[in-house]
Write a protein that binds this ligand. Sequence first.
Ligand code: ADP
Ligand code: MG
Length: 530
Amino acid sequence: MSSHDNHQSLVHDILQQFDIDSDDVSKVTQRFLRQLQEGLDHPRPWQLPSYVYHVPDGSEKGTFLAVDLGGTNCRICLVDLLGNSTYNVTQTKQTVPEHLRINPRYQPLFSFIAKALREFLDRHKLRPENDCSAGARRIPLGFTFSFTCEQTSISKGTLIQWDKGWDIPEALGKDPCAMLQESIDEMELPVQVSALANDSVGTLLSRAYTSQEQGSTLAGVIIGTGTNAAYIEKVCNVQRLPRPERKRTHDSIVLNTEWGCFDDDLEVLPITSFDRALDASSINPRQQQLEKRVSGMYLGELMRLVILHCHEQGVFNMILGEESPCNRPYGLDSSFLSLLAKDKAAESLGVASAIERVLSAQGSTLRDARVLAQLADGIVRRSARLAGSALGAIIIQSGRLSDTQSEKGTVQVTSLQTHRHRSQRPKHFGRGCGLLSRIVGWLKRSIPSSTGPRNVEDKPLSRGSEQDIIDIGVDGSLIQLYPGFEAHMRSALRDIQEIGPDGERKVRMGLAKDGSGVGAALMANAAKLS
Ligand code: ADP
Ligand code: MG
């Protein structure tokens, strides 16, 4: 075999390792379904109740502040909910410096946020001078905090663990809202932290607020620095909820799945030598295994490890300089993978110079660019298909796919709710697990499909129409900016037997623009109601 053939077979072998076929997808989905179920029945650090019982219908109004602490950025937002499914948002964004993300103490991080908040209030003239008296009006603030918290109410929670490379040991076991309020009070800002929101919960809420079809939103999915999802579950299915909560009159509750930790035992997730190396040198080995295969923080690192391996084996013509980011752990950002994907589509000659610039490489060729693009595609394809497998588990769990499933106490918009007028839609969507659900099910079955509509408004919407839509709000730079990420997720949904091409067609994914900020405002609004 020539060295060229050797190199080709090495690349082929790596791509094979990253490939997951339809059987793998189904296994992952089944495993995740079990994990979803386990977290419904028992307290686990996943399937965390958000204590959000009111899903927005677009009529919410009010002015709120929001702090969105993602894995990379901190955004401060002023959100004006206009009550007609629209909003105005003003925001600033800052990257959180590394010495605050990894610090023995929590105070430096929270005073960084409070300072950013003070600047924001001053810039927008939201801080009345010399009026910090106890009676002064405080602006309610929703805090989107994208790390695992066990909540006890909509405004209180305890930080269980850091991930995405963060490590502030003193904050563990403490309430993020209380820590933020402490710094806010020290600066005497007229702000009350009134809700704690996970970013996936916020994404779901903001999508539901802006959605044109009431009750169609099922989940919020994040694929940014980290990955996570929240979805709407029936209260009666959530055995882990404290008894008084289950006795409340609400039908549905938003759960934060924390799916980044799914299959940490590696029963079904694919494992390559690159995954092993990444995990072993991470600050949280054996944890967040799905996240380490899916999210933006890790895909650049996987790519870096793959490039180094191929480079050592002489696959590339290019030479990596000593100062190349490939020689530094986490030196490569996942935006590099997007750049390759774009250029692959354009078959652009400019890609060679872009590669040389990003990798500090010399002498790269078009063939190098093609190989890099193939490798990036393999890594992202696996990421998106795994995310699709996980989303598939949520869709199956929701019972929204078929009428038969809907009779088993699952959350579904019934075909009786076909009126398009917003005011006629129920405020809480989904149905009870008990008598009401059985009556609705009976009514549904008793309407012969051949019966013509009495008027246009009564007409049951056909399959694949608005009525069947399973709406998913998505947020995060990777899913937004990597070309074709959604298409790969969809290919996984089609591979899942229970979903298939028919089910996949019902799924609509859409960007929850400003999801975390608007979601946090909606949480702060929900806090007023609870
Ligand atoms: P956060 O997670 O802080 O809310 P983002 O949603 O913006 O922030 O996600 C940041 C992550 O997205 C980083 O890991 C970064 O590497 C990745 N990212 C940023 N731009 C791109 C891009 N063009 N293509 C793919 N990934 C990207
Ligand atoms: Mg985010």
